[in-house]
Write a protein that binds this ligand. Sequence first.
Ligand code: NAD
Length: 490
Amino acid sequence: MSEVRILKNYINGEWVESKSLEAIEVYNPATKEVIAKVPLSTKEELNDAAAVAENAFHEWKNVAVPKRARILFKFQQLLLENKEELAKIITIENGKSLNEALGEVQRGIENVEFAAGAPSLMMGDSLSSIATDVEGTNYRYPVGVVGGITPFNFPMMVPCWMFPMAIATGNTFIMKPSEKTPLLVEKLVELLEASGLPNGVFNVINGAHDVVNGILENEHIKAISFVGSKPVGEYVFKKGTDNLKRVQALTGAKNHTIVLNDAKLDLTVREIISAAFGSAGERCMAAAVITVQEGIYDEFIQKLQSESGNIKMGNGLDDGVFLGPVIREENKARTIQYIEEGEREGATVLLDGRNSSSDDGYFVGPTIFEDVKTDMKIWQDEIFAPVLSIVKVKDLKEGIKVANQSEFANGACLFTDSASSVRYFRENIDAGMLGINLGVPAPMAIFPFSGWKSSFFGSLHANGKDGVEFYTRKKVVTARYLEPEFSQEG
Ligand code: NAD
């Protein structure tokens, strides 16, 4: 048997071994095979990387913005050329199907394309006359070293919400990938190097809590982008802001979908199955609760139940597989505990994922509950697995009232043919990302990823103009220009 390799850190353009004596296993969740070991790097290693990034910042911030953008154009081209390989790495370390992984790579590339627009995105504004002979001009500058902390469920897309815009706007970056999916970033580094990114601009420190705490405390790190669960995001936001850093923390979710009597049934069921069970439900935009109006309820349930029963589960690399494993054994055990809890709380199991679960990998089949009430744990908690709860309501108003009781407010969807219902939904639902007749309302890179309530801590979201604002600070120049003196003859 060949020895499992231990991943390295990437500092100042070099892959270096961690000095830590601790390393944890990285698994292929579809086979339980150990595919690598990830070092639990120390705070000292993080601090060394931050000092390197701080040094690099002083040169990188002075590289002309169009020149920085050109590196990203090259990077985008290389990402496109390596799309299949990137997707395969994602499937192997995360478990999602190759199709889903290709979709993720595409979304990541769109972030790079957006960031390559830095020359126009960084443009400031000016007013030629704010008083007699006085004008005002607003310029944008990078903030310094940025730390990025990412979750396991999107090893490519989520880092791409952060570093392309951060470096395009002139910052340097330290990435702390999820210790469960740390492989993809190696390929990103290879392609960044091939794009001509100078040493020290993008650095990677592998690890877990200690590295995160190091990022929160380090004096050179001025801004932190976090994506992950609610308890960790809340901690990162509080501690990071206590240490006077700017922090954006995109956190957990429990997304609600409302299906009205006038919804198109085939489209609705197809979209909901994909949104609930795609990526094994391990998406912050997954459909978790479906609130269905009385008139369409029976027909909807029948179709949802029968089509969900046909889902092909297996290794995401195999043809036709739709549902891959959850990320780890403990996630599978936790999912099964939630299914048991749902039964104990009095919900009815329409489709039981325990029956189709398999021990070849961390597989749990699709699960559907009906008769779910808002005081049940399966309604309240983010389960982050292929478990769907159904609630019956009499109308849209009741559906919105149910959804708005959630502590989370990331995405919400409505299936209907009625424009007035769409407007009522938009005006009254508590959620930052809305979908109409579609299941996963993840905004494109040009818009902010704008969760509300406990789904987000901070004020500027990732992506869109918010992303540009987050990674830049402003200098406003107020200047008096006196009339030039001219010779009498002129
Ligand atoms: P997680 O919170 O366990 O981990 C996220 C990051 O925080 C990892 O890099 C991890 O090493 C670090 N971390 C974990 N525990 C820590 C601790 N106690 N102290 C310091 N650092 C710690 O999240 P996860 O399980 O990797 O990802 C799933 C979660 O991410 C879900 O809640 C999901 O909704 C959320 N998510 C949110 C969005 C969004 O845009 N809102 C997007 C993707 C994922």
